[in-house]
Each structure stands twice: as structure tokens, then as C-alpha cells.
Design a protein around this ligand. Structure first.
Ligand code: AGP
Length: 616
């Protein structure tokens, strides 16, 4: 998704814009640009490709005497990723410039109307329409003109606007696309699509909501409603993240750093929520929902991508420990089918970013039908957290790598706690089972901390053997099936190898036709209640000469008789099979990472992908 940064203050603006854009690179982009005001002029620089191209273009003007500007990284939606389509975009005279994240759905009709009035367009983008629309409305007041223009827009937008006539302010507005203000004391104020871009300068932030327009000046800021111009009182929040958390800290890639941060992310997510001895789970953030949680008859879960895989795992835990039906939907499907939801159904949304358009749209529909919304989310103040009835935060810290890793295992930990909490609240989870679950998960972070290096070394040997594969299958049963899906997604999204996840028992219904000596298959075969069934499926593969890689439970010598490529996962002292999804994800993440690096892929910013898909 596009990234927006803006600064107005006492410091030179160009280095701040470039640093901010670097911190938003993980959002995914294919061109970049910036604009600043100096000596009464608006000066624009834009470049195709990575930020380094833009940096080369602006090298000579890093020290330019300017203290107000906007930067943008563009993830192309309308128009190819060319310089002409890169943001910022200007009006006819380039006196007004706009940077934008989102989609203006009615831009064609607006463009035709504006062209008939003589406006000349220079790009294929929907964004440029905004600059001309503001120009059309502009008399003396850029804020009023912007409000009038935005009221004609259908679709989603987070925008930053500069006008040559008011070099003392930046105008910003949002509807269905994230935008956050960074508040400094007197040194200036900032604007960004996401918190990491603000962290080197401030941890004091203001999250804009839909229908809000902000005016940023060097020493003051205000927020109003786009619809009626009425002033909005906003809370300044202090984020707990620091700048270092959004940096690589010696790791080659953010993804590897975040894989290794998983033990700490688990500790942070469990902290204060689990009484280790009894296994009792306390979730005070759900306090107001406790009564309705005792009465719900069903749970609907909506999520996308990796978060959807977490939802699939949660279904097993919830149905087992709570004893009510759980249906899981992909956001883009959920939002367009007839939803049979009401106040008796709890809707869970799972999202690392809290901004995924399809998941967000689904939760809004569910809320309209009377369903209570709980969101499992990693970003404080994100849209989903502000709209849900309650939020269960994963405390994984900023996840910069596009491929989700620590957020996923933290989601599983949060869902594990939620399912145990709900089972205890409704009296469906026996106390000794709750205690065992608690003892097991509390051991997990240390166990992972101690074994990550060894796992990576062993996975590296397997990656040496299979990195040039053209296809890959991942198979698992029961709780391992969603992890097979997740392993396949990790591999395909960062190595570009075609990989598919399947329920192991499903192979004989067609996919087994794919098995031959050139097909690598990673099998997840923990010692659980369906172990024998899983082994039967593995034998079916072996009989057809598939190249087997097995991930199993420590001590399971049987696996060595099946294939040479075996990796054993350590087991907590108090082992419960329900923990395997968290454990068995780690080798799958590392396999994707090791293969992708061997293939020279851009691990942190895979082609075509964005960290947060805020458009549908
Ligand atoms: C996961 O590796 C992907 N980056 C992607 O599938 C992601 O999980 C999905 O877009 C959902 O994002 P969210 O968790 O922020 O809603």
C-alpha cells in the first residue's frame, strides 16, 4: 500500500521526508516522490522504482532551506508505476499538490467534468483528480476547498495537501485509509500512513478517523470534520514502540529479525493475562462483553491471508474448549455473501495491521447486524481497534517484513488465551485441562528461544537441497492443516515458488496426481491424536516417490525411517498437542526465508505485495 509522510517545523524537510519514506518501504511500492516549498515555490521530485532512485535525484538538494513538505511511496492501482504517475500530483498550475493512499472510485466522472471545464491532466492516476477538484473550489481557504472537494469523492483516501498560498500549513484528511499525526513540542509536526515513520521524531501520535481533516502548522495542529467543518477534540496517545523496534538491529532482513523476536512477542502477548499455576486467563479488555459472551450461540471469524490461517487454528481450539460452532471466512468472501449474524453471534476479526479493507468491511457489516465485534490486532489505535467493541492486542511490536511471522504466532497465542478464557467463563473447559494448557504455553517462549538457532541451521541444509524447486506442497491434518497453508503462503509470497497447502487426507482426492520424484512435499506430523492417519498419508506420498521433508515431534524416530529430511521440534515439559500450530510454524517460516534468500528474492518487500492491503 502507498506510504505518506509529511513534516512542517524548524528542521530541513528533505532528509526527514526521505527517512520517513524509508520506514514505510515495507508497505510495498513501485515509485516514489516528494515535494517541498521554498522561496514561495513548490518543488517536486519523483522517480520510478525503489527509493534509491529518488534519493539519487534529490542528493544535491538535501540541505535545501525548506521546512515543509510531503513524501509518498506509490503502490500502483490506476496507471503504471511510471514517474508521470508517481505522487505528488498537482493542479493545472502546480500551486496545489496532493499525495494520496486509497482509491477514488468515481474519479472518471469527476475527471470528465473537470476536463470539460478546461482542466489539463498529466497522469493516468485517480489521485490527480483531487488536485484539480481542490483547484476548482479554491478561493482563499485551502481547508474549505479541500473539504468541498473531498465531499465529492467516493472511495477511500488518506491525503496530504500543500498549497503555495499557505506555506505555513499542511492539510491532511482520511476516509477508509490510515493516517496518523506525529506531535512534537514546538519543533514541528508530522504526518504519516503508519507509526514507524514517526518514531525517530516523536512517540506522541494522533490517529485520524474517517471524515476527519487536519491542519498541521509548525507549533499547532487541529482536526475538524470534513462534512461540517466542526472542530474535533482528539486524544494525543503515546505509543510504546521506540525507533529501534522498527529497525533491523543487525539482522540481514526484518523478516529474520521478526522470526527471532517471536519468543519475546509471545511473552509480551501472554504477559498479565495468564495465571501460570492455575491456567486461569484474565482478559479485562473483554470485561464489558462478559455477559454477552456467556450467551452467544456461535462465533464468526473474519480475516485475510496469514490472519485467516490463525482463524482456522482458532476454530479447532474454540469448538473443542467452548463447544459452540465457529465459522471462518476470508474477508473478501465474507463481505459479499448473505451474513446470518445477529446479537447471538460473536464476530472475531483478526488483523496484524487493523487496516485490511476486506476484513474491516466485513466487521462493519457484522456490527450492523447486531453482532458484537472483538478484534485481535497488533497496531494500537488502528481502525479496527477503534471500531471494535473490544480489542485483544497482540504485543508483537512493529512488524515491518511484508511476510507476517511474529504477528501470526502472537495471534495464535492471543487466540489460545481467548479460547481458554471463553471455555473457563462458560464452564466448558475443565479446570485441569485449563491448567495444563496454561503450563504448556507459558513454557513456549523459552523453548523457542533455546531452539531457534538450531532449527535455522537444520532448515538451511534442507533449503540448500530444495531452493531451486519449481513447486512445493505442504500437507498437514487437523491443527496442522492451517499451518500447511501458512507454510505454503510464506514460501510463495517471498520466494515466488508455486506452493500449495493441503489437508493431508485430501491428497488422494486429486492432488496426489502431482506427486513424483521432482515434487518436494513438506509434511507436518506432530505426535497428536491423528498421527497414525498423517503417517498413512505420508506413506501414500512416499509410494509415489515424492521428495519428503518431515517436521515431527522430538524423539519420533519413526520419521527417520521414512525420509532423510527430518526436523524434530522440541516439546515443552507439559506438552499439549494444541500447541503444535505455534511450534510447527517456526520451521515453515525459516524454510521460506532460507529458500527466498538463496533465490536472491527481496525478502522484506516481495514483488507485488503490500504490508497492509487497505484497498479491496
Ligand atoms: C502474510 O504473510 C501476508 N503479508 C498477508 O497475507 C497478510 O496476512 C494479510 O494481508 C492480512 O493482513 P492483516 O493481518 O494486517 O489484516
Amino acid at each position: 500500500m502507498c506510504g505518506i509522510v509529511g513534516y512542517i517545523g524548524t528542521r530541513k524537510v528533505v532528509p526527514i521526508l526521505l527517512e520517513g519514506l524509508k520506514r514505510l518501504e515495507y508497505r510495498g511500492y513501485d515509485s516514489a516522490g516528494l515535494v517541498y516549498i521554498t522561496n514561495g515555490k513548490l518543488v517536486k521530485y519523483r522517480a520510478e522504482g525503489k527509493l534509491s532512485s529518488l534519493e539519487r535525484n534529490v542528493e544535491a538538494i538535501l540541505g535545501v532551506e525548506s521546512h515543509v513538505g510531503l513524501g509518498h511511496t506509490r503502490w500502483a492501482t490506476h496507471g503504471a508505476p511510471t514517474t508521470a504517475n508517481a505522487h505528488p500530483h498537482g493542479d493545472c498550475s502546480d500551486n496545489i499538490v496532493v499525495v494520496h493512499n486509497g482509491i477514488i472510485e468515481n474519479y472518471r466522472a469527476l475527471k470528465e467534468t473537470l476536463q470539460k471545464k478546461g482542466h489539463v491532466f498529466r497522469s493516468e492516476t485517480d489521485t490527480e483528480v483531487l488536485a484539480h477538484l481542490i483547484e476548482e473550489h479554491l478561493e482563499e481557504d485551502i481547508v474549505l476547498a479541500t473539504r468541498k472537494a473531498l465531499k465529492q469523492v467516493q472511495g477511500s483516501f488518506a491525503v496530504g495537501i500543500l498549497w503555495k498560498g499557505r506555506p505555513d500549513i499542511i492539510v491532511a484528511a482520511r476516509s477508509h485509509s490510515p493516517l496518523v499525526l506525529g506531535i512534537q513540542n514546538g519543533e514541528g509536526n508530522l504526518l504519516a500512513s503508519d507509526v514507524p515513520a514517526l518514531l525517530p521524531y516523536t512517540r506522541r501520535v494522533v490517529f485520524l478517523e474517517d471524515n476527519e481533516i487536519a491542519v498541521l502548522a509548525k507549533e499547532r495542529w487541529e482536526v475538524r470534520q470534513i462534512s461540517n467543518g466542526r472542530r474535533v477534540q482528539k486524544e494525543v496517545q503515546t505509543v510504546t514502540w521506540n525507533a529501534g523496534m522498527a529497525e533491523k538491529s543487525g539482522f540481514k532482513h526484518f523478516m529474520l529479525k521478526e522470526i527471532y523476536e517471536q519468543p519475546q512477542a509471545l511473552v509480551n502477548t501472554l504477559r498479565g493475562r495468564l495465571e501460570p499455576q492455575s491456567g486461569r486467563v484474565e482478559l479485562p479488555e473483554l470485561g464489558e462483553l462478559e455477559t454477552s459472551l456467556k450467551e452467544i450461540s456461535r462465533i464468526a471469524i473474519v480475516a485475510c491471508g496469514t490472519s485467516w490461517h490463525a482463524a482456522l487454528v482458532a476454530k479447532y481450539w474454540l469448538e473443542d474448549w467452548v463447544g459452540i460452532p465457529v465459522e471462518v471466512d476470508i474477508g473478501s468472501e465474507f463481505r459479499y455473501r448473505r451474513l446470518l449474524l445477529d446479537k447471538n453471534v460473536l464476530t472475531l476479526s483478526i488483523s496484524q495491521s487493523g487496516e485490511t479493507a476486506d476484513t474491516l468491511a466485513g466487521t462493519r457489516l457484522a456490527a450492523k447486524l447486531g453482532s458484537a465485534i472483538i478484534t485481535i490486532c497488533n497496531v494500537v489505535g488502528s481502525t479496527m481497534t477503534r471500531e471494535a467493541d473490544a480489542t485483544l492486542y497482540t504485543h508483537a511490536g512493529p512488524e515491518i517484513g511484508v511476510a507476517s511471522t511474529k504477528a501470526f504466532t502472537s495471534q495464535l497465542a492471543a487466540l489460545f488465551l481467548f479460547a481458554s478464557y471463553l471455555g473457563q467463563l462458560r464452564g466448558t473447559l475443565p479446570a485441569d485441562k485449563a491448567r495444563k494448557l496454561g503450563h504448556a504455553i507459558i513454557e513456549l517462549p523459552t523453548l523457542l528461544e533455546e531452539s531457534l538457532d538450531t532449527i535455522q541451521q537444520k532448515i538451511a541444509v534442507i533449503a540448500d537441497r530444495f531452493y531451486d524447486s519449481r513447486n512445493f506442497l505442504f500437507v498437514g491434518r487437523g491443527l496442522s492443516f492451517p499451518i500447511a497453508l501458512e507454510g505454503a503462503l510464506k514460501l510463495k509470497e517471498i520466494s515466488y515458488i508455486h506452493a500449495e497447502g493441503y489437508a493431508a487426507g485430501e491428497l488422494k482426492h486429486g492432488p496426489i496426481a502431482l506427486i513424483d520424484k521432482d515434487m518436494p512435499i513438506l509434511g507436518l506430523v506432530p505426535r497428536d491424536s491423528i498421527y497414525e492417519k498423517s503417517i498413512s498419508n505420508i506413506e501414500e506420498i512416499r509410494a509415489r516417490h515424492g521428495q519428503l521433508i518431515l517436521i515431527g515431534s522430538e524423539g519420533d524416530r519413526n520419521l527417520k525411517t521414512i525420509t532423510d529430511h527430518v526436523l524434530f521440534m522440541p516439546q515443552p515439559q507439559t506438552m499439549v498437542a494444541e500447541l503444535n500450530p505455534i511450534l510447527f510454524t517456526i520451521p515453515a517460516q525459516l524454510l521460506a526465508y532460507e529458500i527466498a534468500t538463496r533465490r536472491g528474492c527481496d525478502v522484506d518487500q516481495p514483488r507485488n505485495l503490500a504490508k497492509s492491503v487497505t484497498v479491496e
